[in-house]
Each structure stands twice: as C-alpha cells, then as structure tokens.
Design a protein around this ligand. Structure first.
Ligand SMILES: CC(C)(COP(=O)(O)OP(=O)(O)OC[C@H]1O[C@@H](n2cnc3c(N)ncnc32)[C@H](O)[C@@H]1OP(=O)(O)O)[C@@H](O)C(=O)NCCC(=O)NCCS
Length: 162
C-alpha cells in the first residue's frame, strides 16, 4: 500500500466517512441480518444510512486513515476513554490500517490522561472481538437491544491503563 496517513477528520470528509461506515458495517455484519426480503433490505438501508449519518456528524472526534487520496478507515475516540467505532474498508482489511488507527486512538487517550478505556462491539463480530482481545481488552458485560428489524447483543470490553 502507498503510504498511509492518519489525520484528524475534517468537515469535508463527512460524506466519505458515512459511505465507509455503511459499506464496512454491512460487510462485517451481514450474517446478522435476516433473510433478504425487500422490506429487510430497505430496513437495512435505513439502518446503515442512519449509522453512517450519525458517525459523519461526529467527525470532530474522528481520525481517518488515508492512502493515495482515498479514505480507507476511521476511528472515533473521545477523551473520556471510549473508542466508539473503528472501521476499515473491506478491501483494505488485513493490511495494518486497523492497527495503525487503533494505536493512534490509544495514543490520543494516553495524552488525554485516560487510565481506563472502554468500547462496545457486536458480540457476534468475532473478528473485532479477537482484534481487541489480542490487544489486552477483556469482556466486561453484555446488553441486548432491539431496534425495528434488528436485534443485537453488544459486548462491552475494557482496557486498563490505556
Ligand atoms: C476489526 C478491523 C478494524 C481490523 O482492521 P484491519 O485493518 O483489518 O486490521 P490489521 O490489518 O491491522 O490487522 C489486525 C489483525 O487482524 C488480522 N487480520 C488479517 N486479515 C484480517 C481480515 N481480513 N479481517 C480481520 N482481521 C484480519 C491480522 O492478522 C491482525 O492480527 P494481529 O492483531 O493478531 O496481528 C477491521 O477488520 C474492520 O473494520 N472490521 C469491520 C468493522 C468492525 O468490526 N469494527 C470493529 C468494531 S466497531
């Protein structure tokens, strides 16, 4: 991969961030979704549009990974020590982009003085759970939520002395 740059997001990145979140979420979680009837497809479209729109609206706490002028990943982190999202476009996964964004987020939390970090991940997302476990995160609890057309269990994970 040509050189990877991690930088704070800017307002003009919002559209690309929303698209990245939609594509990556669908790719990571398609097994969760019910059979692909037309109504479920449109419900899923609404869900991912809402998610993409929400994340794009929070661009000020997002850092993005860019290569050759293309935005390929994003991490959302707040000073209280919450990693609230980490997404890498499917075509760029397994090439170190997620690790680079993660290290950047941990660095930002350390600078802010956070001694404890937390996040939530879909319990069914084994790749992501393994990614965090390999970096010292431990499960701390679960919650199940039901939004129209979609029921999910989120796993809360914590990391001491981030
Ligand atoms: C989880 C995720 C952020 C990791 O990003 P990535 O760029 O694939 O990660 P890296 O290339 O830095 O590799 C990290 C690890 O994943 C492993 N890996 C390799 N290919 C992989 C793949 N296709 N998918 C997932 N993990 C892979 C690597 O071997 C590496 O293992 P290690 O930490 O033991 O060395 C990314 O797969 C992703 O965006 N997934 C979908 C969205 C998601 O689940 N986000 C997290 C919850 S919000």
């Amino acid at each position: 991969m040509t050189s990877l740059q991690i930088r704070p997001a800017e307002a003009c990145d919002s559209t690309a961030i929303a698209a990245l979140v939609r594509e990556t979420w669908l790719s990571a979680n398609q097994d969760l979704l019910p059979c692909d009837t037309l109504s479920n497809i449109s419900q899923t479209g609404r869900l991912t549009n809402q998610l993409g729109g929400f994340v794009a609206g929070e661009w000020q706490s997002v850092r993005v990974a860019e290569t050759a002028g293309q935005l390929v990943g994003a991490v959302g982190v707040n000073p209280a020590g919450v990693i609230w999202m980490l997404y890498v476009l499917p075509a760029y996964q397994g090439r170190g982009v997620g690790s680079a964004l993660y290290n950047d987020a941990i660095g930002a939390m350390k600078q802010a003085g956070s001694r404890k970090a937390i996040l939530e991940v879909l319990a069914s997302n084994e790749n992501a759970v393994a990614f965090y476990r390999a970096r010292g995160w431990v499960p701390e609890g679960r919650r199940t939520e039901h939004i129209p057309g979609f029921r999910f269990t989120a796993l809360r994970m914590g990391l001491a002395r981030a």
